[in-house]
Structure formats: structure tokens, C-alpha cells
Design a protein around this ligand. Structure first.
Ligand code: NDP
Ligand code: OXD
Length: 313
């Protein structure tokens, strides 16, 4: 029995070393170095080449090295085997840090004060308390729920939106297409932590952005996206910024990554860009998580965090 590691942009030898430290008795192979895939029952992947996993004759389980699995699900030849995604407390914590940082930056007008500092301007701008600000979190899964709860602890008026109904103490929960309009109408700062699926692709468009609350101290609504770039229609975001419906945006994810040099987002005065770093996992944690799941599976226990292939997340 062996584990195949296929993560084209990552250092596979590094991963093998980490796995070996925790489970020296297992056999590891890496793509593209491996010449024979027989006996590889487990595949550990981040954006593997399409068709590769279909070549593994003995494959039992596929592990995604990310929380989002949209790239893997785009493989038209993805084998009909369980796909396990990452759920990692350190990743969740890091995402919440990033979301809280961005929400506070917009709420506390930090970019305005940065500009004032540059121009040596000493001027106080009226600042409402957090409970006057509606923060809406799209996606109330592992990441969205944690961020929503921490933002609530900071005092924000927090709502969440998901596909199915939720009941989370102190968070106003909305769901489905009927819940979207009222959710947006109470939201000054929109945080997107949705997976990319056929239903969510292009969701953040002109129409959605025009439903947000704009009558606030920031001078318009704010968009914060750390879900996936293809959730957003980038031309519509630029237009909403130009028209004033959006007063600012923080984007960690983009339609095309790395963000092309010619993208207007790089230099837009109202946009904060981060290079898909909102949350990364601790590699040692990931290896331990995968090995624990393999051990449990070998002992006949069910796998955890298996992706629903029909839903796409
Ligand atoms: P989960 O699967 O735990 O949660 C997904 C949430 O989205 C659920 O609440 C789900 O609703 C909701 N959802 C899915 N489809 C719809 C829909 N059509 N309408 C409304 N709500 C919907 O995912 P995670 O929280 O773990 O991760 C979310 C995403 O974050 C990942 O898929 C990935 O794309 C992104 N990510 C980005 C990172 C970064 O560094 N930028 C790092 C890690 C992840 P329901 O609960 O009803 O099923
Ligand atoms: C992930 C990511 O999905 O880093 O884990 O984007």
C-alpha cells in the first residue's frame, strides 16, 4: 500500500519528508517522478493534472490538500472514489484572523487614516460602534461560522447566509435564494466564504452588490472575498466602486491567479489585494490529519469531511 503525492506547484519531497517523520513504515511516491501507480491506494493532491487520478488502478481515497475542492472536481476523469477535504483548526483560526483584520480595517477607516498620514492631516472622522455595522457572512460552514462568531464577539451586528437553514445563537441566519435579499439589505460589510460550485459561480455581481446597505460611515458597502475568485464578477466590482455603491473591497482571491500585472485591482485606491493567503494550513497538521484518516479507514471506520460530489463542496 502506498500514498501518491501530486501537488504540481508544491515541493513534493518536502511533503514526503513530513509524512515519513510521522509514518516511516508507509511507502510514498510523488508525481511526476513515479513511474508505476500500482498499489497507490491513497492520493494526496493539490490541483493535480486532470486525468492523473484515473490512472491509479488501486485508488481507494483522494485527499485534497485544501479546504476548497473546486479545482479537483473540475477534472472530468476524477475517479468515483471518496474525496476528503481539509478541515483544520489552524486554517480556520487563520481565516478568522484575516477576516477580522479586514472587517476592522474597513470599519475603523484605516485606509482613510493611512491617506491622512501620507498627507500629514490630523483629523478625526466620526466613528460608530461596531453594533451599528451589519456584517454579513456568505457561507456558514467551517470557516464562515467561526468568523461570524468571532465578529459577533467584537460587537458587530452579524448575519449569515447559507444554502440550508441554520440556527446559530446571536447570528441572524438566512438561507437560500429567498433569504438573500433581506440578508444583503442589512449588510454593510459582506464577507464571502463560499465554495465555488455551479450555483455560486458569478454570484457576486452587479445585482447582488446593489442589494447591500450603503448608508453607513464608510460611505458605501464593503466587499471582502476569501472564498474563490470565480464567485465574483470583477468588472461589476470595479463598476460598483466607481459608482460609489461599494466604498471599498478586500480581495484575496481572483478570477485569474496570480493576479495579472495589468489588473486594475493592484493600484485601485479603494481595493486591498492579498495573494490568496487568507488562510494556509500548517503542513505538519495536514500530514497528521491525513494519516489519522488513513489509519481509521484501514480499521474500518468512516472517513471524515468527505465532499458531496453532487453539491460540489
Ligand atoms: P464548508 O463546506 O464548510 O462551508 C460552505 C458553506 O457555504 C456552507 O455553509 C454552505 O451552506 C454554503 N453554501 C454552499 N453553496 C451555497 C449556495 N449555493 N448558497 C448559499 N450557501 C452555500 O466550507 P469551508 O467553510 O471550509 O470553506 C469555504 C471556502 O473557503 C472553500 O470552499 C474555499 O473555496 C475557501 N477557502 C479559501 C482559503 C483562502 O486562503 N482564501 C482557504 C481555505 C478555504 P450549507 O451549510 O447550507 O451547506
Ligand atoms: C483552500 C485554499 O481551499 O487555500 O484550502 O484556498
Amino acid at each position: 500500500m502506498s500514498i501518491l503525492i501530486a501537488a504540481p506547484d508544491w515541493n513534493s519531497a518536502d511533503w514526503v519528508e513530513r509524512f515519513r517523520k510521522l509514518a516511516p513504515a508507509l511507502e510514498y511516491r510523488t508525481w511526476p517522478e513515479a513511474t508505476d501507480y500500482a498499489g497507490a491506494r491513497y492520493a494526496v493532491c493539490w490541483q493535480p493534472p486532470h486525468g492523473l487520478l484515473a490512472e491509479l488502478p488501486d485508488l481507494d481515497v483522494m485527499f485534497s490538500l485544501g479546504a476548497g475542492v473546486d479545482a479537483m472536481l473540475r477534472d472530468p476523469d476524477l475517479p468515483d472514489k471518496p474525496l476528503v477535504r481539509i478541515v483544520d483548526p489552524s486554517l480556520t483560526g487563520r481565516m478568522t484572523e484575516w477576516v477580522v483584520l479586514q472587517v476592522l480595517m474597513h470599519h475603523r477607516l484605516q485606509r482613510v487614516y493611512d491617506a491622512q498620514q501620507r498627507d500629514k492631516v490630523w483629523e478625526e472622522i466620526p466613528q460608530p460602534a461596531a453594533d451599528a455595522v451589519g456584517v454579513g457572512v456568505m457561507g456558514l460552514g467551517v470557516l464562515g461560522r467561526d468568523a461570524a462568531e468571532k465578529l459577533k464577539q467584537l460587537g458587530f451586528d452579524v448575519a449569515g447566509w447559507s444554502r440550508t437553514e441554520k440556527d446559530i445563537p446571536s447570528i441572524a441566519c438566512y438561507h437560500g435564494s429567498d433569504g438573500l435579499k433581506p440578508f444583503l439589505a442589512r449588510t454593510d460589510i459582506l464577507v464571502a466564504l463560499l465554495p465555488l460550485t455551479p450555483d455560486t459561480e458569478g454570484l457576486i455581481d452587479r445585482q447582488l452588490l446593489s442589494g447591500l446597505r450603503t448608508d453607513n460611515h464608510m460611505g458605501g458597502a464593503v466587499l471582502i472575498n476569501a472564498g474563490r475568485g470565480r464567485l465574483q464578477v470583477e468588472a461589476d466590482i470595479l463598476q460598483a466602486l466607481a459608482e460609489g455603491n461599494l466604498s471599498g473591497a478586500t480581495l484575496d482571491v481572483f478570477q485569474q491567479e496570480p493576479l495579472p500585472q495589468e489588473s486594475p485591482f493592484w493600484t485601485h485606491p479603494k481595493v486591498t489585494v492579498t495573494p490568496h493567503i487568507a488562510a494556509v494550513s500548517d503542513p505538519d497538521y495536514l500530514c497528521g490529519y491525513i494519516l489519522r484518516q488513513i489509519e481509521a479507514y484501514e480499521a474500518g471506520h468512516p472517513l471524515e469531511n468527505v465532499v458531496d460530489r453532487k453539491l460540489g463542496y
